[in-house]
Design a protein around this ligand. Sequence first.
Ligand code: HMH
Length: 232
Amino acid sequence: VEKNGVIDRWVKKHLVLYTGATRHPFILSIRDGTIDFSSFKRWLWLAVVMGIWLTGQDYIFVREFVPFSASVLLKASKNSDDNSDMEVILSGLASLSDEISWFKQEAAKWDVPLSDVIVHKSNQNYCRFLESLMLPAVEYSVVFTALWAIETVYQESFSHCLEDGSKTPPELLEACQRWGSEGFCEFCCSLKKIANRCLEKAPDEELKKAEVTFLRVLELEIEFWDMSHGGP
Ligand code: HMH
């Protein structure tokens, strides 16, 4: 089995689902500027919906993503044959700390109290999935694949909203820059290199598990974006 560049191979193989997660209609409506900010009433309504999405649900997600990342760090310290893995994961944790502060700041701006946000069912599923990956028995290559996929969906989505020709409303630029920045892109690239290195050495059964995990992340990210429709 050709195991070089596993990640690129999987992205190609599952391109429909991958594009579903990284080019979700919600993201496209930000990029095209078709999120309608022209009428104040609608703007206000959207601001509330957006506020809940940005600060509330993602805040809850990130509060679960921190211990997940810490569990990957722990596995790196025990299993990794490369010392620099730990530094990459640690830099991710540092940006999560920054992200939590930013969410709190946004919450105050939009007047969304973070303490009583109701966890959406899709988000709850996603958090449970992260919890299942934190078990010590889950292999390093599997959790690393998840870490890469989770971060990369956000990176690809928000950088798309900053590309030439995008009409992203100025109100949302700050959020887009958080995950669409050059620095975050480089971080995702480092994650990809590590994931590929681990997957190259993984036995077939583990490789299969990592692929299933990758697909599950894509599905959960799509369901996460779907919350912006306000549906169940
Ligand atoms: C749902 N996926 C979701 N939230 C995030 N903040 C990220 C990925 C990236 O950190």
